[in-house]
Write a protein that binds this ligand. Sequence first.
Ligand code: KDG
Length: 346
Amino acid sequence: MKRSLAILLTLMLVVGLFAGCTPKQQTTTEGGNTPAETKPVEKRVMRIGIGLNEDHPQFKGLEKFKEELNKKVDTIDVQLFANSALGDDRAMMEGLQLGTQEGTCPSTAPIGNFVEEFKVFDFPYLFPDEASADKVLDGEIGQELLDSLSAKGMKGLVYWENGFRNLTNRQVEVRKPEDMKGLKVRTMENPIHLAAFRAFGANPTPMAFGELFTALQQKTVDGQENPIATIYYNKFYEVQGYTTLTKHLYSPFVFMISQKFWDESTPEEQEAIMEAAKIARDHERQLNREANETLSKELEANGMKVIELTPEEQQAFQTKAQAIYGEFAQGKIAEYLDRVQKELAK
Ligand code: KDG
């Protein structure tokens, strides 16, 4: 009797130990009433979060990713979260590292806090147009930087598009840097952005995107800067009077998943993830470009004044921005900047 009790206890301990050792992979199973002989498909959950809302091309891109991935494999359950439901860009990248979520799509601006070299993409007026950005981002330089994320626990898949950023504010018709004097402007968490806005004469302050609308509404800040699609889909026209088409920075997104999720994927799944990410990228870029082309009119229809700058006016902003290049183009960032500029000159 004693012996069988000992065996039973040992068995329970072994089973318990094994249960403890199984990788903590969150799984879901498809379909409840499968016949006994067919094993239910075990799905790994891929939670992807972004700061923007469901109307934005970025979210449409994620829906496309999910649809394409589902066509190729049935072992991954993609779950999408908009509106900073999983946190801001920085917190979500930390979430990939900690394993509390599997995917996100931040602007490059906060990525510089994880991999310094990423700051190369955040120099104002670096890319003259979308085609030049695509050339660098989808080429060798872009790939090298994506690869550098792996050492930080993040697998950079491809670049999507946030787009050319423009200034909005509540009270001033900004046409030249001097008009920005003393204006409290929210920027992303990036030292180059902060320096650029100081150089323009503004009083910049970094803030998470999720807090921005309320900050504008409560007048904690006077203005902010984002691409037209974001200004429109986030209804900033309800709390801002003016958009100046400064186009001061082409802002890329990096679509990334956790390195752990990638490493635990089969080669077939990895191929499917990569293919779906690329199809979704093309879809998202196209929607975003259409939105940026057409939505200025909608901003005006919603009571905003949209200010186009003459080439001379634009140049005045560019000259101010140029003055901060030296301070940030140091070490590895300087090397990358040089390579990007050579690539653009080709
Ligand atoms: O989903 C992306 C957003 O979290 C953020 O990157 C948007 O450009 C952005 C900003 O200003 O924070």
